[in-house]
Design a binder for this molecule. Sequence first.
Ligand code: C2E
Ligand code: CA
Ligand code: CA
Ligand code: CA
Length: 277
Amino acid sequence: GTLTKPWGMARLNELLTRIVHENPLGADAIAKGIENDEFRLFMQPKVRLPGGRITGFEALVRWNHPRLGLQSPINFIPLAEQSGLIEPLTRWILGRAADVLAGWKSEGIDAQVSVNLSTRNLMSLTVADEFAEIVRARGLDCSCFILELTESAAITNLVDALDILVRLRLKQFALSIDDFGTGYSSLAQLQRLPFSELKIDRSFVSACAASAEATNTIRAIVELARRLELDLVAEGVETEAVERTLIGLGITHAQGFRYGRPEPAEVWSPRLRCQVA
Ligand code: C2E
Ligand code: CA
Ligand code: CA
Ligand code: CA
């Protein structure tokens, strides 16, 4: 049968190509997914402490895959980054986030939205103009958006990225360092970079009620942020004990399952209307 036939290189290559092309989470599928509007934007609230009033949201992307169903970003963001498709995908995400904000604004609801960027987004000199255009086309100000970059991404490509970060800042986008505490940014770098917010990594936050080491790390970050006049957000708050510890440390903004999971924007509209009223 077929199994005993000799497998020449040409045949192997053909087969390999087919497997790559048919990968349901591959680059071709992502490109098609953008075209076919298969991606979904979920919003997770960011709240003020104490009290829990919603001040904004983080936009978190999912892929409603035609065959596999709702996919986590960890299953497709890395490939989107490698293939360059993160650029059109991020434009789509920012556009959707802006649609949502514009809808709320028409109801008198003010909120900020945080959007995640990859290092790859900071390789194009035109990105600040593109993003500003996307936002202004919806009648919004760039200052309604916070762009999050992970600490490692912000630092590794520092020299090239700095120029782009400054351009984004000049358009009035706020810039945030995500997963702060996991990388190696120095005080000097933080002073030089145009960031206005640090997001304390979930690993320290979730441990802080039980571990003196995590508490001390957060205490040091609070002091650092105060000196550099940076806003602070604690991510991954799940329990009342953690919330209480954070309040004790002087943290005033938090995000986490305790306040809400990432959900489609419509889910949050009633709660926002209540806050306004
Ligand atoms: P991230 O930026 O650190 O986002 C926070 C992640 O933590 C989200 O996972 C969120 O659902 C989860 N999370 C929030 N609160 C809690 C909590 O209280 N407990 C626990 N255990 N988890 C919590 P998600 O949505 O699966 O996103 C994973 C990562 O994928 C994000 O990490 C981000 O790096 C990336 N990502 C998501 N959306 C985008 C996007 O639009 N663009 C880019 N470039 N990356 C994205
Ligand atoms: Ca983030
Ligand atoms: Ca984070
Ligand atoms: Ca994280």
